[in-house]
Design a protein around this ligand. Structure first.
Ligand code: SF4
Length: 239
């Protein structure tokens, strides 16, 4: 089930809009966000329940031409095109067809992903410029672990020499053991990789910022480029 990229001529799209990137290495840049509908995970903090099919909010079935036209219309002054979700790689067939159009239009592609669907990543990696990858720690998500999948995912992104950074959401239940394991996986891929500890926005009143600081000190021994960074768009009250 995890690797079943849907063979589609159209994509299920929640929304396409222009805004400021609020997370990670490229926080503050303008992007066109293409939010793909659907996700294979159910992280406890998910802020796009409409994307994962948990509400009555719907998606639009859009053709390649429609998606590309909307991106072109919104791309003025944008740093890059964020393919996000939900989990965009569930619709990897569609993305594989979209990427050559974006390349021809000289638009940079930023893939925002749960970092699990490595076979789907293989299908699209050549056309992606930046990989913003999550590591989903079981003590944060409340789901099973995906350590092996994350390792394979990182290997593919690294082999293809992409601009990668890794983010892990820290909540009140996140364990030290999961953070250390995550840091070791990232280190094995690249000891200098940017690793971002993102406090769970919904858990801010439960001491997660302090927890992130403690985890940062711990991670410095494994990954010197570990930073604590919140979801800026939540503070700015933008999408
Ligand atoms: S991977 Fe992202 S979209 Fe999917 S459930 Fe987790 S937070 Fe939500």
């Amino acid at each position: 089930m995890l690797q079943c990229a849907l063979p589609m001529k159209t994509a299920q799209i929640s929304e396409i809009f222009q805004s400021i990137q609020g997370e990670g290495k490229y926080v503050g840049v303008r992007q066109v966000f293409v939010r793909f509908f659907g996700c294979h995970m159910h992280c406890s903090w998910c802020d796009t329940p409409e994307s994962i099919g948990d509400t009555t909010r719907n998606y639009q079935e859009m053709t390649l031409a429609e998606v590309f036209a909307k991106i072109k219309e919104l791309s003025v002054d944008c740093h890059s095109i964020s393919l996000t979700g939900g989990e965009p790689l569930l619709q990897a067939d569609f993305i594989a067809n979209l990427l050559p159009l974006l390349k021809k239009a000289k638009l940079s592609v930023y893939l925002e992903t749960s970092g699990v669907l490595h076979k789907a990543l293989n299908q699209v990696i050549k056309g992606v410029d930046i990989v913003a990858m999550d590591i989903k720690m079981p003590s944060s998500t409340g789901e099973r672990s995906f350590w092996k999948e994350h390792e394979q995912f990182l290997n593919i992104a690294r082999k293809n020499k992409k601009d990668i950074f890794v983010k892990a959401v820290v909540g009140s239940k996140t364990s030290k053991a999961d953070i250390v394991r995550t840091a070791k996986i990232v280190h094995a891929s690249d000891p200098n990789m940017l690793f971002i500890l993102q406090p769970n926005t919904f858990d801010l009143s439960r001491g997660v910022v302090q927890k992130c600081e403690d985890f940062q000190r711990l991670c410095f021994k494994i990954l010197p480029n570990t930073r604590v960074m919140p979801q800026m768009h939540k503070f700015m009250k933008i999408r």
